[in-house]
Write a protein that binds this ligand. Structure first.
Ligand SMILES: Nc1nc2c(ncn2[C@@H]2O[C@H](COP(=O)(O)OP(=O)(O)OP(=O)(O)O)[C@@H](O)[C@H]2O)c(=O)[nH]1
Ligand SMILES: [Mg+2]
Ligand SMILES: [Zn+2]
Length: 301
């Protein structure tokens, strides 16, 4: 029987099937050992084949179908292994805050580079528009300018007042979307605002002054309707980039990528070379200083 993984916790997953509804599944032993490079062989969004136990009404995942794409995170700072956050997503939404807890630019840019490397289109949602001071509003508009110029869609929204959620809902329609971001930025709150029946747990206000407190602890796929799915994920602390070579980094900055062919040297690193189109665009103000600094910083790391 085939199904789609809509929740995972350790070696347990919840699989949605056409005929038998949602089935609690374990992983067949063989599957656990196969893909040793990732800490989890099965991720939310995976299409899987299961063996169904009629008596117990449980299943065992025996096969994971080829993935269209997947989103990864380094399992930990020290380990080389990766954790698959979700598979088969159409669009990734990075939820950020300019009020507490503020999302760092370095975090945003690493996240975007990683998504570019895995060919996943990304839209940025600046949440909590309702509580922005005029200074924070300026920060939000500045971010909107930086990332629009870099080629990303940026929306200012509020889960609390539902401002602009109707526009977001239209963009979500018919797709599988992934919600990511630091803890406390409002990922679950936006989902609750889109559909009040979700009743996802939200962090309390008093506890997230410096950082969120990781209210969501496992990924879960929710459905706005049969064709429209959104994956809520636990907050990310820091973001390490894996599998990107120094020479290819510029390819993962869309506003650099479109200019690379005009650099004089084909192996230009866009740092010191003469007739570098990236640096010229930076000087003309077409590439933002913030993005260029991130490029240098990521390359250094
Ligand atoms: N004022 C205001 N508060 C919001 C908004 N969105 C979320 N919050 C509040 O911010 C806090 C954190 O929201 P969550 O939805 O739990 O954040 P999260 O991103 O899911 O966090 P984790 O699950 O820990 O990763 C909660 O107290 C929400 O009520 C918003 O648009 N405006
Ligand atoms: Mg949450
Ligand atoms: Zn160059």
């Amino acid at each position: 029987m085939k199904g789609k993984v809509i929740e995972t916790r350790g070696y347990h997953s919840l699989v949605r099937t056409q005929d038998f509804g949602d089935i609690n599944c374990t992983l067949q032993g063989k599957l656990r050992q196969e893909k040793i490079t990732s800490t989890n062989p099965v991720a939310v969004g995976d299409c899987v084949e299961i063996e169904y136990d009629n008596v117990m009404a449980t299943g065992s995942v025996v096969r994971v179908m080829d993935r269209k794409n997947y989103v990864v995170r380094q399992a930990s700072k020290l380990s080389k292994s990766i954790h698959i956050i979700a598979a088969n997503v159409d669009i990734s939404y990075l939820i950020i805050n300019v009020s507490k807890p503020v999302t760092l630019l370095s975090f945003i840019d690493r996240f975007l580079v990683s998504n570019e490397a895995y060919k996943i289109p990304t839209t940025i949602l600046i949440n909590k528009k309702d509580i922005l001071s005029s200074k924070e509003m300026n920060d939000a508009l500045r971010l909107q300018d930086i990332y629009t110029k870099a080629g990303y869609a940026v929306m200012l929204i509020s889960a609390k007042t539902t401002e602009n959620l109707d526009i977001l809902r239209e963009k979500l329609e018919g797709k599988t979307s992934l919600f990511s971001g630091n803890s406390g930025v409002g990922k679950s709150a936006i989902l609750n605002a889109l559909d009040s029946t979700f009743k996802l747990k939200e962090g309390t206000l008093s506890n997230y002054y410096q950082m969120g407190k990781h209210t969501t602890t496992f990924s879960k796929m929710l459905f706005l309707n049969e064709q429209t799915a959104i994956i809520d994920t636990p907050g990310i602390k820091a973001f390490g980039i894996t599998g990107v070579e120094k020479q290819e980094l510029a390819m993962f900055f869309p506003e650099f990528k479109s200019r690379l062919e005009h650099c004089k040297f084909h192996n230009c690193t866009h740092t010191h070379e003469p007739q570098c189109e990236v640096i010229s665009a930076l000087e003309r103000g077409e590439i933002s200083q913030e993005r260029y600094s991130s490029y240098l910083k990521i390359m250094e790391d």
